[in-house]
Design a protein around this ligand. Sequence first.
Ligand SMILES: [Zn+2]
Length: 320
Amino acid sequence: MSEVQTVEGPLDAGALGVTLAHEHVRFRDEAVAAEWPARYDEQAEMDAALSAVGDAKARGVQTIVDPTAMFGGRDVRFMRAVAESAGVHIVPCTGIYSYDYLPHYFANRDTDVMAEHFVEDLERGIQGTEIRAAFLKCAADAAGVTENVEKIHRAVARASVRTGAPIMAHSMPAVVTGPRQLEIFEEEGVDLTRVQLAHCGDTEDVGYIEGLLEKGVYVGLDRYGLEMFLPIDKRNATAAELLRRGHAERIMISQDFCATIDWFPPEAGEALIAHGAIRNWSMTLVFDEVVPALRDQGVLDDAVFQMIFVENPRRWLTGS
Ligand SMILES: [Zn+2]
């Protein structure tokens, strides 16, 4: 069987096992962290990452796909240390996580040059290591597919066409980014069966999701616990309906959990929890609440579990 790149080196795809398709062992701004390192507690970050990944491992998780790219503080040495200590495979990416901003460096270089940077990560190694990226990441959010976002999507697409690497694209159903994102990939000749459109589970509009599925992509129902985008009951209803309509082969279920994230001061994070905007967000929520709920509804049995948590991530990553 083919190999998948992990932070500990290439892994036989058959050894991926139960996989969470979208989690972050740490999420922070690399520029702020580099300029004011004393504002960050690396040991506390490591402890939180090991705790979250350890909890997932205790539920049977063997692999975590971590789509932390540029501007999420991607650090493959940190990720490798987590993987080694926790005994869980971590699958890293290349790409740019931006809703619009691009540094002058990339603004003044063309799309193909940007793509070359991604290809280097896929073929040679990331950040001076021999750790190679397994997939490509880009994002479109509330601002929509802006000129810069389109440039990143085209660069990601060209790197995918050149190397055969799969793509994960952050999307925002509330502003209908998905169709345009897929249109760009199609224009660039990407094999859409290798694309995972993240955050489709933020909407209850099953018709919208099915329109995307018709293109052959995987959809991420991957923000369980982030009630501010959609509460868990509505997420489960959407998942159940998609399963009833026969889409088990194209669904990823995950939490987009960040073991630590620097987006908010601590009191703001606590307020989000106190107000119910975030509830039981963790790397285990889908096993503790979602899988049991879908089993109760009669839409998920052992075979469907195997499909969603083992076969779909493997097929997306390897193409077979
Ligand atoms: Zn994410």
